[in-house]
Design a protein around this ligand. Structure first.
Ligand SMILES: *Cc1c(COP(=O)(O)O)cnc(C)c1O
Length: 417
């Protein structure tokens, strides 16, 4: 294989907001009624309409629109009743706002190991549930990888754990045909720019539990206007919540809701587009002996908005050379093995507000784990090109597997798996 030419695309460039969403946003701006409770008689606010639409799309009874995915998680934990100092289980491979949400409500993050398929280790979950006495698992389907949800359900039942799902990367994903976010007591979604719908910042919380959702709505800052919500329980569910729950002012406004509603209509189509692009990258990586792609079971219908791969045996210096070689050819990869947190990428070692924890299995995985965004502004051909660059930088010469590139010289000796 000859050295691929450089790639010139921009990894942080999203698609423009669709015209229908721009028109809806302009209508809200013209009305001046941006606050979700600012309506004229007979009007249903965009935020309430979004809650109705999203609940229907997700198949949940209730939905709350809020300011960010992180706020959705904090509200969920608080509405569930996490007490100060209470242990809350979560997976070690996740994004900073997840342990941040646990700490934010005064909880204590307890990290569960991650497997080399990038899902929660169910044996470690059972062990830590028992040892910590935790009531709750805040499971982050990190980078869209779904654990065997049936096996998880069995562990949850056995350990008496309640599940709250963080679906920031699994909006629209399914396990055996069932939507991610419908397996737990509640689910949190993000509409931040790099997720599956884009309002800059934004979050959605879903659940079928009336008491929980009433507390969540009051927590989000509904004052006594909770009847202006689009997918809320009856007023009777608020009898205590309206007086017992503090107002944390974490609402979504009508402008962002208006931008989201038209995007919901094209989400399924975009999922297919993401998956085509994911497959174009993955196809180039599959034959590369130094690279291991996580297993993706047939039951999992994922959303390929990003791709992850392991390079078993690569050492720190090799990883840096590999990253530099890819960057040289225009491919921006993230590496979870870095000692220093960079950009959006950090690990449990840099979350010092949590108790220090020993996670040898996750550390081994993270040390050799690379990650890349797949924006929809890239064509399928762009993605194949990117895949060829990664394969090249990983030492792939095509045909018989021989490792020659300096970036992974070390791996030739330690041997990939
Ligand atoms: C982005 C993200 C969040 C939080 O989303 P924000 O809307 O940015 O607060 C939560 N979990 C994961 C895994 C994420 O990637």
């Amino acid at each position: 294989m000859t050295r691929p030419g450089p790639f010139r695309g921009v990894f942080t460039q999203q698609e423009p907001i669709p015209d229908a969403a721009i028109a809806a946003a302009v209508a809200v701006l013209r009305s001046g009624r941006l606050h979700r409770y600012n309506v004229v008689p007979g009007e249903v606010a965009q935020a309430a309409l979004l809650e109705r639409d999203y609940a229907a799309w997700q198949g949940s009874r209730y939905c709350l629109a809020c300011g960010s995915g992180g706020q959705a998680m904090q509200i969920a934990l608080r509405a569930f009743g996490v007490r100060p100092g209470e242990p809350v289980l979560t997976n070690a491979f996740t994004l900073a706002p997840v342990p941040g949400a646990i700490a934010g409500v005064g909880g204590r993050p307890v990290f569960v190991e991650t497997t080399e398929d990038l899902v929660i280790d169910l044996d470690d979950l059972a062990r830590k549930a028992r040892d910590s006495g935790a009531r709750l698992l805040l499971l982050s389907h990190m980078r869209g990888h779904l654990v065997d949800m049936d096996a998880l359900a069995a562990v949850l039942a056995r350990c008496g754990l309640t599940l709250i799902e963080d679906c920031a990367h699994t909006m629209g994903a399914r396990w055996n045909g069932r939507k991610s976010g419908s397996f737990g007591f509640a689910a949190c979604f993000s509409t931040q720019t790099y997720k599956h719908m884009n309002t800059g910042e934004g979050g959605l919380l879903t659940s079928d539990d009336a008491g929980f959702m009433a507390r969540a709505i009051i927590l989000s800052g509904s004052y006594m206007l909770y009847e202006r919500h689009g997918a809320a329980p009856d007023a009777s569910a608020f009898a205590d919540a309206r007086l017992d729950s503090p107002n944390l002012s974490a609402r979504m406004d009508n402008l962002r809701a208006a931008i989201l509603r038209p995007q919901l209509a094209t989400l399924d189509e975009n999922i297919d587009r993401w998956n085509e692009r994911y497959e174009a990258v993955a196809a180039e990586l599959r034959g590369v002996p130094t690279i291991r792609l996580p297993d993706r079971p047939a039951a999992e219908r994922f959303v390929g908005s990003s791709i992850q791969f392991l390079m078993p045996g690569i050492d720190e210096e090799g990883a840096r050379r590999f990253l530099a070689a890819a960057a040289d050819l225009g491919v921006e990869l993230k590496w979870f093995g870095d000692r220093e947190p960079r950009g959006f990428t950090s690990t449990h070692r840099s979350w010092r507000y949590a108790d220090p924890q020993v996670l040898p299995k996750s550390d081994r995985v993270l040390a050799v784990l690379f990650d890349m965004r797949i924006p929809l502004t890239f064509s399928v051909e762009d993605c194949a090109h990117i895949g060829r660059i990664i394969a090249h930088c990983a030492g792939y010469t095509g045909g018989a597997a021989r490792v020659v590139h300096v970036g992974v010289a070390q791996m030739a000796h330690t041997g990939g798996e």
